[in-house]
Every structure is written in C-alpha cells, then in structure tokens.
Design a binder for this molecule. Structure first.
Ligand code: GLC
Length: 371
C-alpha cells in the first residue's frame, strides 16, 4: 500500500476501523468509543492524546505529515467517516508494549520492539529526566521513549555494506542503530554481501541481475536460509534460485550463504542485547552495584527485572533470539542475568494502548477499541 497524502493514509485507517466496528458492533452506537492509538514513529508528545510527527522512519515518506498533529489527523478522518470515536491516548508501540508487559508482570521496567524497526522505552524517575525540569507526575516517574533506532556512536564499527545501505536509503545518516538491527534491513545487508562476493569471485557463478535490486531478499527468507537444517541445504538452494536467480551452486557455496546470514544476525542480536543492558545499567538493574558499594557482583541482591519484548525478529527468528540471550548472559554474567526475565507480549503495542486508554478514562472499559 502506498500513500502520497496524509489524508489518504488516515482515511484508509478510518475505513478499516469502520469495517471492524461494522463486523463486531454497531456503527450507529450513540456512545462515544475511546480509542487507544499506537503510532510507531518518533513523535513530540504534547499531551497523553496528542503529539506531532518528528520524522518518518522505516521507509515511510508522506511529506505533508511531518510536524503535523498525529492524533488530530486520525480524529478528523474518524469524523469524516462518521465514526463516533475519540482518540483518547496516543502512544508509541514500545510504550503500549510496556503497558501490557507491566499489566501482566509488575516487575516490567522496559519494553523493546525488534521487528521491522527497533526501539525501546523504559520507566524513569522524573528527577532524572533533564528535559522535563519541574514537571511532576503523581507516580514520580515517566516513560521515556528512547527512539534507540537513531542511536549512534563512533564506537560502533560500520562496514562498507552498512555505509552503502544507509547512503541509498530514503533517510541517510538517520536510524543508524536500526539499520544494523531490524528486520527491514538485515536481509538487504546479506544481499549486499552476496553481491560483492559474486562480483569479486565466481563462487556464486555469473553475477545475477536480481542481486542489484534493493530489498529483493527479505529478512524472513534470510531467516529460512539461516535455519535450514537439511543436509543438502535445500531451502537455501530454493531461495537462491527463486528469489535471487542464482541456480545450481555447490553445497560449499550454500554453506557460505548460511555463514553470511549467521554473522549479520549475530551482530544485530548482540547490538540489541547491548542496548537492553544499557537501559538496565541506567536504572541500576545491571548488578553493577552503584548503590550497594564495594560488594562483588555475585553478592549483590538483584531485584527481579522484567523486560517486555515484541516484534517478529525476536519472536519468529530463533537464531536471533538465541544470540540475543547469549549476549545478555555474557554481558551481565550468569548470576545477574538469571534475575532478568524477558517476557514476550502478544500485540502489546495495540492492547497496551487500549489498557492505557481504559486507565486514563473513567468510562466503561468495554468502550475501548484497539487499532
Ligand atoms: C522505528 C520508529 C519507532 C518505533 C520502532 C519500532 O524505529 O521510529 O518509533 O518504535 O520503529 O516499531
């Protein structure tokens, strides 16, 4: 689906919502339904139910939306469609996931999305947030949407493949961490490596023209090749032939493809794990003993700490998940890592937004719709 104008996008959402309500309830209902709106892009939040889009990520590029009010645009589309609904909560997908995670497990302190894009949020004391000087909340805390996909550091080694992928993307110099980790990009990094090898050697036969097409190799296919456990690597052979037009390559070359997938995924998973440990460190849950003085790591009494994780890369890609946990254990050490539990939420971003809409309102919880 491709939208040129912002109104088209929000009219599409309103129409889908209309169909959903028509199927499940009465569109004519006189009761105003409250809507929790999950918007998975960077927003400058101006209230619990409003905010302006800072920029698009993940390949979206509807220009007349940037710096515009997001919930307002949906509200107008709902009204145009004749839907009696009010957007009562606007949240990032990470925040919805944190809400659902915390609903199931009160030890949840952070939420991470690892899917098409990647991002995290965590609960922080308001006095530790420099940007919100003097702003008080009843709980003394606030959720920080980190937008970690845009994190960058000169310590992160970038390969020539990362540099080329970034330069050819619609948002160069942006979302550097995301471009090394998330599902939108991993398959394309692998494609670029295979292309270079193909150009510089004859290991994959003549250079296939399909290798020049960006995003021909999607991450789920890369995962299927990586996790091919057949002795002849038949999945690898099939995908190379059908998707990249590289037929009949020897087993040795197929093994090389598996290795490339392994390296790219392992790096991504380890970077995501490092990000999670960064959060735990910031809030004193990494066992480094900031408040416990000179005791050894194993003496420190760690509080159980839960991190809610969502996104297809984590849930569908076993090797990615295993590498992420391996890195968490490695960085934290096993004594500390066993107190850190990852909980997987299902549609946390949507359901969490509905929970927030419900808890933010005195009206009946049955009137909450998820989108
Ligand atoms: C992108 C968005 C961010 C979102 C993440 C996961 O990084 O900028 O807001 O949370 O994708 O969907």
């Amino acid at each position: 689906m491709c939208f040129t104008f912002v109104q088209d996008l929000f009219d599409f959402i309103a129409s889908s919502l209309y169909q959903f309500v028509e199927k499940n309830d009465s569109v004519q209902s006189p009761i105003t339904k409250l809507l929790g709106f999950t918007f998975s892009f960077p927003v400058k939040q101006t209230s619990v139910s409003s905010g302006v889009l800072i920029k698009w990520t993940k390949g979206f590029a509807i220009r007349d939306m940037v710096e515009k009010e997001v919930a307002g645009a949906l509200q107008q589309a709902l009204t145009r469609k004749g839907l009696n609904m009010r957007v009562s909560v606007l949240v990032n997908d990470t925040v919805g996931t944190l809400a659902l995670g915390h609903y199931h497990d009160a030890d949840t302190v952070a939420a991470v999305i690892i899917g098409t894009g990647t991002n995290a949020c965590y609960w922080e004391r308001t006095d530790a947030i420099i940007k919100c000087q003097g702003l008080l909340t009843t709980s003394g805390g606030m959720v920080v949407n980190m937008e970690w996909g845009n994190f960058w550091s000169s310590h992160l080694p970038r390969t020539s493949y990362d540099i080329e992928l970034d330069a050819e993307s619609p948002n160069p110099n942006d979302q550097g961490f995301e471009k090394m980790i998330s599902g939108m990009y991993l398959g394309d990094i692998v494609r670029r490596v295979i292309l270079r090898m193909s150009e510089e050697s004859d290991v994959f036969g003549p250079v296939s023209s399909r290798l020049y097409l960006p995003f021909t190799l999607r991450t789920p296919l890369m995962a299927a090749m990586h996790e091919d456990d057949s002795p002849e690597l038949t999945q690898v052979a099939r995908i190379l032939k059908d998707v990249l037009d590289i037929p009949d390559i020897p087993l040795k070359a197929r093994k090389l493809v598996v290795k490339i997938c392994d390296v790219v995924t392992r790096r991504a998973a380890r970077l995501a794990a490092a990000g999670i440990v960064g959060i735990l460190k910031k809030i004193g849950r990494d066992g480094s003993g900031g408040i416990t003085g000179g005791r050894s790591r194993s003496d420190i009494k760690m509080r159980r700490t839960a991190v809610a994780v969502e996104g297809s890369l984590y849930t569908q890609y076993t090797m990615f998940r295993e590498y992420l946990h391996e890195a968490l254990n490695e960085i934290l050490g096993e004594d500390i890592a066993r107190h850190v539990v990852v909980i997987v939420t299902e549609d946390g971003s949507g359901t969490g937004a509905a929970l927030l809409a419900a808890s933010h309102s005195s009206e009946n919880v049955n009137n909450i719709q998820l989108i």
